[in-house]
Design a protein around this ligand. Sequence first.
Ligand code: K7E
Ligand code: CUA
Length: 671
Amino acid sequence: MRRFLSLIVVSLVLLAACDSEPSSMPTVDTGATGATAVTGALPSDAAAIATERGLSPDDIYAALKTYTPSGKTDPYIMISSGGQSGQVLVIGVPSMRILKVIGVFTPEPWQGYGFGGSGDKVLAGGKVNDKDVLWGDTHHPSISETDGSYDGQFAFINDKANARLAVIDLRDFSTKQIIKNPNAINDHGGAFVTPNTEYVIEGPQYASPIGWRYAPLDQYKDKYRGLISFWAFDRTRGRVDVAKSFQIELPPYWQDLCDAGKKVSDGWVFCNSFNTELATGGVEAGNPPYEAGTTKNDTDYLHIINWKKADAVFKAGKVEQINGIAVIRMQTAIDEGLLYFTPEPKSPHGADVTPGGEFVVVGGKLDPHVTIYSVSKMLAAIEAGGLQKDTYGVPVIPLDKAMEAQVELGLGPLHTVYDDRGYAYTSLFLDSAVARWTLGGPYADKHPEKAWTLVQKLPVQYNIGHIAAVEGDTATPGGQFVVALNKWSIDRFANVGPLLPQNFQLVDIAKGGEQMKVLYDMPIGMAEPHYAQIIKADRLKPYEVYPEVGWDAEQMKVDPNAITKADQAKVVREGNQVEVWMTVVRSHFVPEQVKVKQGDHVIWHLTNIERTRDATHGFALSGYNINLSLEPGKTETIEFDAVLPGTFTYYCTEFCSALHLEMLGYFLVEP
Ligand code: K7E
Ligand code: CUA
C-alpha cells in the first residue's frame, strides 16, 4: 500500500513538472496522510527523468498502471493464439511480458517438444493423411469453463489451416493431444467450449464435400457442405474422446465464428457465416472474385444450433458414421428441430454471447452496426413455428423477430467482449478503434448511459482484429483491461525490416464512460495472433514441480518404467536392443557412458530426480536430433535405432549449476 501511494505521489510530482496540463488525466485522491508519509521516499530526480525522456502525464499514468516491480507477478494471464507459429502464447497482464510460448502444432525445442520425447506422440496425432504437418494457424484459444466461467484447468485451440484441435493441460502448460478433424479441410469457429466444457466446438470454414472427398466445384451446391464438430471432452483423462463426439452437416455456407450460449441460453450455440451466395470464385474464368462473390447479398445467416438436442439425437443413434465419426445429417438436423437461421448484415463476423447469455452480438465487416440478437425472441419465434425455409430447408427466423437492437459503432466491427459494468467493447477493424457501448436489457441499470449506445471510440494502432477483456467472454467478466490485438504496427516499433511485428495494445477500461486509454504497446514478433483470453491468475493452479519423481507428463501419471534413484540406473542389452535407465540431477547424468553397437535399437528412459523448483535439465543428443526438457520429476523415454556410428555426446542444455558444463556423457556407437 505504501508503495502504491508512493507511486501516486511520484506521478503527481511528475505531473506538476510537466508543462502542459493533462487533458484527460484522472484525478487521484491520495489522502493527505498517505502523501505526507511517503513524500520523503521519492527519488529526487524523478521529474528530471520524465523531462529528459519526454514523458507526458498520460505516459506517466500508463507507466503507473502497467509497471510491474521485480518479483511481483501479474494479476491476469492472457492465453493468446500464436497465429502461424502454431503455438500458444502466455502473457502477463498488465505487464505484457511473455511468460511462455507453448509448443502446440509446431515443435518447440526449449520444451523438448517434438525432438524424440513424448511430444512426438502428441504431434503425431496431428498428422494429416499420414503426413506430418508441423505448423498450424492457430486462431481461437478457449480456456475450459465451469458454469460459464474459466476454471483454469485446460485450454483448447484450433488450427485453421488443417482443421485440427489441440488440448493443453494448464497444470503444466503443455500440449497433451492434437486431433485431426477427418471430415474438414480447415476450420475457424473453434475452439469454443460449452459452459461446462462438455464439448469443444469446432466450426468449419471453407466448405468441402462431406467426408472431405473430391467433387468438382460446379457441384458445389449439392456436394459441398459445412460441418460443425462437437468434441466430447473427458476432464478426468484430459482428452477429447472421439468416440463420444459428433458432427452436424450444414449447408455449404462458410460458417465462421461460434460461441456457446450460457445461463439463459445454455444448450445453444451460435455461429455467424458468410458466402450464402455459394460463390466458387474463378476470377481467371471471368467469374466474380471471391471477395465480390461472397459479399453480394446484404445478409448471411446466423446459425442457431440446439446442441443439447443434437446430443440427444446423437445418443439416440440418428447418425451416420463418416470417416470414423458420428455425423448428424443436415436433413436429420432440420427434422429434429436443432438447426435454425436468422439473417445477419453485411459480411458478418463474430458471434459473441453476453455474460448472462441473453444476447448474441454479431459484427459486420461491411456494416457500421453491430446487430444484437435476443435469445428469448429467437426461442419464441422457434416455438411459434411457421418459419420460412432457406434453399436447404433450414427454417429462417425473420430478422425483426430475432433482433433486439442495432448500434452504429463505425467501420468494420468484428468482435465483442464484455465487462462487469454493462459495457460491451467491439473491435473496429477499418476505423482502427475500440468502441465502448452500452448493453440494454438486464444490463441497463449497471451504467449511467442510455442502453444500446456508443459511449467512446478509442483509436488504436492499427487495424484491430480481435479484442480480449479480462474474462470478457464468460459469465463473470472482470473489468480492468482490454487488449486490442492489432494486425498492423507500421510506425510503433523500431524498423526490423518489411515484415513487421503485430501490435497488442493494452487498454485501461477500469472506469466507465469516456475513460478508455491505451496504456502499453506490446510487439508480437512471431506471427499474427487472432484471439486471446485473459484469466484471473489465481484461477490457475499449475504444478511447481511434477507431483512425483518419474512423472510421465504426456499421460499425467507416474511412468511404471521410471527409476527414482541414481543407484537404480542401468543399461541392459537383450539381443540387439539396448535399454537405458538414466537419472538426471545437478550436475550429472547416470550413467555417463552409454555404449551400443551400430544398428542397435535403443530405448532410453530419463528421469529428473530433482524436487527443487526450476531445477530443469535439458538432454541434447548430438547427431540424432534428440532434445528433451526434463523438469523436476519428469520422465521421458526416447527410442531410436543407432544407425549413425561414431562418437556422440549428450549434454544438459539448461545452465543448471556452476558445473553445468560438466553435465554430459558420451554415447559411443561402435561400427
Ligand atoms: Cu476475426 Cu480467426 Cu477470430 Cu482473426 S478471426 S481477427
Ligand atoms: Cu543440468 Cu545443466
